[in-house]
Design a protein around this ligand. Structure first.
Ligand code: CA
Length: 387
């Protein structure tokens, strides 16, 4: 039977934060094209708050009870609001934000583009999930416009005054201006609920005790800024201007049927990164640009799993906090139409114009036998703000 709620049935029930007519923000649950006011219908104070953090901090047993309560309320015919009548907000207060680089196909493609004369994967890549700390304060909800960032760039294919990028003796000389290589990265984000203690690594097997849910995520990237700044310390201003996440957080519990084996890892990673066969999530991604689907990256083709990313993120004893967000890195499959960035899809030839609109969509097997639809991630490019 087709799911009458098109991906948002009782087997999904993602959480979000909403308000009505400028009223107080509170926690809701999406069911079909309607929203259950979970704060009002349960009377629980941790749900009458403008973020999911209070609920997320309470841990897996409370998450399980809350999910059951929402389901029971909906089954009993609780009053709900039309989605069209509510305003959706950033669903949680982002604590720290870390972005990984977990797709072998993406890392290989980017290596070939940026370092055509050397091995595409660096020696560390198959021993640890490579990542960097991003900027939590510029994580924005779906629909937030993305202003074309400005910064230092060396090469240019566009404006005449920025076209040389080097002196006559070959030294690179940067100029300051709007990026001409604005790109997307189709990713998934994992949201930490239960914190960990400083000094104690989170074991590989403890993923479910700490991770509350999953969001769609677009790691907007300015490739020209990135190419000039990233050696030797990694991404900085080429990434930090905006990261868009979905309004809806899909509980990890709704993805129980989506766990699958990932491709075999060779060489075998160190023991703290898990035992043998690695499990990941079978989530399909769709990248739409200006109304046209340009790519369909499969998350099941990733090399490093989210469980390994959390174990590695805390392997030195660094603690995680409620609201921490760690992202997968660009999701790219082996085929050309499965690439999760325009850099790879168009091999550096073309990037986003002002006015371009990108929508990321995600779906996964649901526990009820059908498919669930994760929250979409939408963003439109606005022109650079010039003095
Ligand atoms: Ca990224």
């Amino acid at each position: 039977m087709t799911d009458p709620h098109s991906g948002f049935g009782l087997d999904h029930l993602p959480y979000g934060v909403f308000s009505v007519a400028g009223g107080a923000r509170r926690v809701g649950v999406r069911h079909g094209d309607r929203v259950l006011d979970l704060a009002a219908s349960t009377g629980r104070p941790e749900l009458a708050t403008p973020s999911l953090n209070a609920l997320m901090a309470l841990g897996p047993e409370v998450w399980r009870q809350t999910r059951e309560e929402a389901r029971s309320l909906l089954e009993a015919g609780a009053e709900t609001l039309p989605l069209a009548d509510v305003e959706l907000h950033l669903p949680f207060e982002v604590a720290d934000y870390v972005d990984f680089y977990a797709s072998e196909h993406h890392a290989t493609n980017v290596g070939r583009i940026l370092r055509p004369d050397s091995e595409p994967l660096l020696p560390n890549w198959k021993h640890l999930p490579v990542g960097y700390h991003g900027r939590a304060g510029t994580v924005v909800p779906s629909g937030t416009p993305v202003v074309r960032p400005r910064g230092q760039v060396v090469t240019s294919t566009g404006s005449a005054q920025r076209s040389t990028g080097s002196t006559s003796d070959g030294r690179a000389v940067p100029t300051y201006g709007p990026t001409e290589r604005l790109d997307i990265e189709a990713e998934l984000g994992f949201v930490v609920g239960t914190p960990s203690s400083l000094g104690d690594p989170v074991p590989y097997a403890a993923f479910g005790e700490h991770v509350f849910g999953v969001v769609g995520l677009n790691d907007w990237s300015a490739r020209d800024l990135q190419a000039w700044e990233y050696v030797p310390l990694g991404p900085f201003l080429g990434k930090s201007f905006a990261t868009t996440i979905s309004h809806w957080v899909t509980p990890v519990a709704a993805l129980e049927a989506a766990w699958c084996d990932l491709p075999a890892q060779e060489p075998t990673p160190l023991a703290y990164l898990g035992p043998g066969q690695v499990r990941g999530l079978d989530i399909d991604v769709e990248v739409e640009l200006d109304g046209e689907v340009v790519s369909r990256p499969p998350y099941r083709t990733m090399y490093w799993s989210p469980t390994q990313m959390l174990a590695h993120l805390t392997a030195n004893g660094a603690s995680v906090r409620t609201g921490d967000l760690f992202a997968s890195g660009t999701i790219s499959g082996p085929a050309e139409d499965q690439r999760g960035s325009l850099l790879e899809l168009w091999w550096g030839e073309r990037f986003l114009d002002d006015g371009a609109e990108v929508v990321l969509r995600y779906s996964a097997p649901g526990t009820g036998g059908g498919r669930i639809t994760l929250g979409e991630v939408r963003g439109r490019v606005e022109p650079a703000r010039v003095d």
